[in-house]
Design a binder for this molecule. Structure first.
Ligand code: HPA
Length: 282
């Protein structure tokens, strides 16, 4: 079905449905899994088979890029026989988007029929057993953004008012990711991901605080998307690339270039892990 010209859906649910219908019309097939590619990790979308790319700017209801915001695109294609919709670039809270805007694509992809969501990000490492460039499996999170994407009126068509968060990151998916990593000769360690708003990196004192709170990795994304996905009943896999050790862990400053460079350095390993894991997500 093609979206009607001049139609202005009122509710968040209707806007997400409208966007989902638009994507379905453009992509022409059902999507089984959704994938969000974090900073420096976007290249994976370029290798999808039979890929169809839709700039976010063309999708009704998707936020418009802020001045500094990097425009992104949704790439629908296949990996190992599974059809995925990959977000090459995401909307961040620190860019000035509301959490409703940040998570709108997740709601859309959920209504498009995705049953699984793979969230990836660049993160700073707190756990001393991590090394720069390591890939980490998110086992749970700390939402320290000071807000929640589900604040406000709840539309029960998305899910419950008070969704359970005891298993945000699906255990079977974690096992599948560990098994695939092992087959690649890679040890995939688990970790607790703490999400802060950013955009400034943390101070060493904040990193000491986060350690006391139980965090292993820190970043500025993923958690709002995971919360919305769980409310909708999607099963979530979270992967972090430790692009740098967190502030104060090593005696050196953190810079964004290093974050991007590390992401690019692990690109092939990361892509191989995704190629293997995505077809295993039921
Ligand atoms: N802190 C927060 N976010 C990040 C970091 C960090 O050290 N590295 C990559 N994203």
């Amino acid at each position: 079905m093609t979206p009607q010209e001049g139609q202005h859906p009122e509710t968040l649910y209707e806007r997400a449905e409208h966007a989902a219908r638009f994507i379905h019309a453009r992509a022409g097939e059902e999507v089984r899994a959704a994938l969000v590619l974090g900073s420096g990790l976007g290249a994976f979308a370029d290798e999808l088979e039979d890929a169809r790319a839709i700039p976010y700017s063309e999708i009704p209801g998707f936020a418009r890029p802020t001045v500094e915001g990097h425009a992104g695109r949704l790439v629908v294609g296949r990996v190992g026989g599974a059809t995925v919709a990959a977000m090459q670039g995401r909307f961040h809270f620190y860019e000035g988007y509301t959490l409703e805007e940040v998570t709108f694509p997740i709601r859309t992809l959920g209504l498009l029929g995705a049953k699984s969501l793979v969230l990836t990000n660049a993160a700073g490492g707190l756990n001393n057993s991590y090394e720069q460039g390591a890939l980490i499996l998110i086992s749970d999170h700390l939402n320290l953004m000071g807000t929640n994407p589900l604040l406000g009126r709840n539309d029960a068509r998305f899910g419950p008012r008070f969704p359970d968060m005891t298993e945000v990151y699906d255990r079977e998916y974690q096992e599948a990711a560990i098994a695939e990593a092992r087959a690649m000769g890679l040890e995939l360690k688990r970790g607790i991901y703490a999400a802060l708003s950013g955009p400034s990196y943390e101070t060493p004192a904040e990193i000491r605080m986060l350690r006391l709170l139980g965090a292993d990795a820190v970043g500025m994304s993923t958690v709002p998307e995971a919360i919305v996905a769980r409310q909708m009943g999607l099963r979530v896999l979270g992967l972090s690339c430790i692009t740098n050790m967190a502030a104060g862990v090593l005696d050196k400053p953190i810079n964004h270039e290093e974050v991007i460079e590390t992401g690019e350095r692990v690109r092939e390993t990361f892509a191989e892990l995704l190629r293997r894991v995505i077809p295993k997500l039921q």
